[in-house]
Ligand binder design. Structure first.
Ligand code: CO
Ligand code: ZN
Length: 330
């Protein structure tokens, strides 16, 4: 499991440029699915099983894109100025390294006299070691992501893009393990979540599900002086109750609680004051879809070092498998 999560998190694939991660996931799941396809928006759609009595068509969404930066201007001296892709915090950028999809590595910085103030994205530049614009291996429109290795801290794991490659991991592992289900399972590895759940919006329309379940990280509240919200690392998978994009459907929440209880898995109820997931997009397509979200508590979300707990991931896989192998009463 950790081997696969390392591969998933170390793959570079910002929103709108998901090919690398899509190819990796496709290879990983192809032997385990009945049908696999890629739609216009780049979503990877994997179908498994037929709907039986008591069963539903369930869309399970995990977004495969990650936050990143896009070159918006190359200066005469060869420095790269950027626009953000998704919610990139300039505070976490200074001193970080990035890698462009063509393999070019760069260092993010800003003018030294500004280093004691919180910068804006516009003040940042990437130094790719060029001496002039002509010499710069990056072009306007090129995209990059944080360049950080996955680290196994045993109880905890840290990497860039845990958001949402850990969701992808949950989907992949469940897909591999499920043998029998009364449900028609449609796993969608979605694109462009970080810029507004765009892949989930179109794929949910195409799949036309009866139930929607997103798999994503959520903000933990166990750092020294944080705002009190519920999820903490290591206390179990989180059942989302609400965020700014969704009020989870009571029947989906109930089914998740039941699945966890049947395996004696401790869960946390998640009430998030802000942010959203693919479930926010899925539940309002067509005439509406009862939806929920299974989340993994995560520290330092959208930084180059997102930290999660290993047991939370293991328990979420067990819980999701039970949830999908049984009928969900709406
Ligand atoms: Co995110
Ligand atoms: Zn996410």
């Amino acid at each position: 499991m950790k081997e696969l999560l390392k591969k998933l998190t170390e793959t570079a694939a910002p929103s709108g440029h998901e090919a690398n991660i899509r190819n990796l996931i496709r290879k990983e799941i192809e032997p385990y699915v009945d049908e696999i396809s890629v739609d216009v928006m780049g979503n990877l759609i994997a179908r498994k099983g037929k709907k039986q009595k008591d069963g539903h068509r369930i869309l399970i969404a995990a977004h495969m894109d990650e936050i990143g930066l896009m070159a918006s201007h190359i200066s005469e001296k060869g420095f790269v100025y950027v626009a953000s892709i998704g919610g990139v915090n300039p505070l976490t950028c200074v001193g970080s390294r990035v890698v462009f999809l063509n393999g070019t590595v760069g260092v993010i910085s800003l003018e030294t006299e500004k280093i004691d103030k919180v910068p804006t994205i516009n003040q940042l530049f990437i130094d790719v070691g060029a001496t002039s614009a002509d010499d710069c291996p990056v072009n306007v429109g090129d995209v990059c992501v944080f360049d950080r290795p996955f680290i196994d801290m045993r109880k905890r794991m840290v990497a860039k893009a845990m958001d949402d490659r850990v969701g992808c991991l949950l989907a992949i592992e469940t897909l591999k393990q499920i043998k029998e289900s009364p449900n028609e399972l449609v796993f969608v590895f979605t694109t462009q979540e970080e810029i507004g759940a765009r892949g989930a919006t179109t794929s949910a329309y195409g799949v036309d599900p009866e139930i929607g379940i997103a798999l994503d990280v959520t903000l933990s509240a166990d750092t020294p002086h944080c705002t009190p919200v519920n999820p903490v690392l290591g206390e179990g998978p989180c059942i989302k109750v609400r965020d700014s994009s969704l009020i989870a459907h009571p029947a989906v929440i109930e089914a998740m609680k039941k699945a966890a209880a049947s395996r004696k898995i401790k869960v946390q109820m998640e009430v998030l004051r802000f942010a959203g997931t693919d479930a926010g997009a899925i539940h309002t397509v067509r005439s509406g879809v009862p939806s929920g979200c299974l989340s993994i508590a995560c520290r330092y979300v959208h930084s180059p070092s997102e930290m999660i707990d290993t047991s939370d991931v293991e328990n979420a896989i067990v819980m999701l498998k039970v949830l999908l192998e049984n009928p969900i009463a709406l």
